[in-house]
Write a protein that binds this ligand. Structure first.
Ligand SMILES: [Zn+2]
Length: 339
């Protein structure tokens, strides 16, 4: 009887998990929740160049290289026609800080807002945008948010805690979507041309990259695909590996050595700074390919592919590497090998 009961519970759990990915019922939990506390984050303005700003948590400068997980980075570009905002943050508290920082340098309207992900820390402030702002998302991002808003909320509350302003978020549909392998070029006036790029899955199928090209320098908002520089490793917990490896390389190869990179969750960096993510996924790919070739099971692969050389003090290394990155790499590579 007891056995039957536990089987039944296991079935209920797996049905709940697989029927709607977004209940995340069985997701292994990080060592500490919240991963970062949206009620404590202070956002800071960084002027990159004339009319180009990154906005990052005040701790990114000192904590990124210590391996402490950081809250979401954002930014905005001011053109003749108005402001293009990148990210709307997790909560009203953070959105309001971001809005104040914009208003500290310009009174121009927020003409466009872009979300680089369907994760709530990038888009749950959308409902607070002025209603005339044109909201831009990846096509999958809009579809997923429209169908699974409550599931994504629960997922965010699970990782970032209750009572952090996540509960209050209301779905606001995007006005413009960018389909896979498409990009959108916006001329904001004043020589500010912004390219918004959907290369496909680089962390999740909802990713967008925002690339500002100018005569002086280019700036890339990289979002979740490039979380931060070393010792941070990528969060490949949306179930994909081989596609992200290709697309991370695509973006890495697209940018120049002197480009400025605003990663999703870390201090402002450059091409060199995001190389760690590329190195990590390439070594993981090679190691898991060889494990699959040897016929190792997932458990054996986890025991073998520890990649200690990349475990340089990132607080979430074990959680991400063993629960998501290795299993997703194993799943994709094994599927590929039997094709
Ligand atoms: Zn994020």
């Amino acid at each position: 009887m007891k056995n039957y009961k536990s089987i039944l519970i296991a079935i209920i759990f797996s049905v709940a998990f697989f029927s709607t990915q977004n209940t995340y019922a069985q997701m292994p939990m990080p060592p500490e929740v919240p991963i970062w506390d949206a009620n404590k984050v202070t956002l800071q303005l960084h002027k990159i160049s004339d009319n180009v700003y990154a906005v990052s948590p005040s701790t990114t400068e000192t904590e990124t290289t210590k391996g402490i997980p950081q809250a979401t980075s954002a930014g905005f570009i001011v053109g003749d026609k108005g402001v293009l905002l990148i990210e709307t943050m997790l909560s009203k508290r953070l959105y309001d800080q971001l809005y104040k920082l914009i208003r500290s340098v310009t009174q121009k309207p927020i003409v466009y807002a872009v979300n680089t992900s369907d994760h709530g820390d990038h888009c749950f402030g959308n409902y607070l945008l002025p209603k005339e702002t044109i909201l831009i998302q990846n096509e999958f991002c809009k579809e997923n948010l429209s169908k699974n808003y409550d599931g994504i909320k629960q997922f965010m509350i699970m990782l970032f805690g209750a009572g952090r302003g996540i509960e209050e978020s209301v779905y606001r549909p995007a006005d413009i979507t960018i389909a896979i392998n498409q990009s959108l070029k916006l001329d904001l006036g004043g020589g500010k041309i912004v390219e918004i790029i959907n290369v496909g899955t680089a962390q999740s199928p909802a990713d967008l990259f925002v690339y500002l090209k100018s005569a002086k320098e280019n700036v890339l908002w990289a979002g979740n695909p490039f979380i931060a520089e070393s010792p941070t490793i990528p969060w490949l917990f949306d179930g994909y590996f081989l596609e992200p490896v290709n697309n991370l390389n695509k973006i890495y190869n697209m940018i120049g050595d002197n480009d400025i990179v605003v990663p999703g969750h870390g201090r402002i960096t450059n091409k060199k700074g995001i190389k760690y993510t590329i190195d990590y996924v390439e070594v993981l790919k090679t190691n898991v390919e060889s494990a699959v070739k040897k016929g190792l099971t997932l458990e054996e692969t986890k025991a073998t592919v520890t990649m200690k050389e990349f475990n340089k003090g990132y607080e979430l290394f074990n959680w991400l590497h063993f629960n998501f990155n290795v299993p997703n790499a194993y799943k994709d590579i094994k599927q590929n090998s039997t094709k």
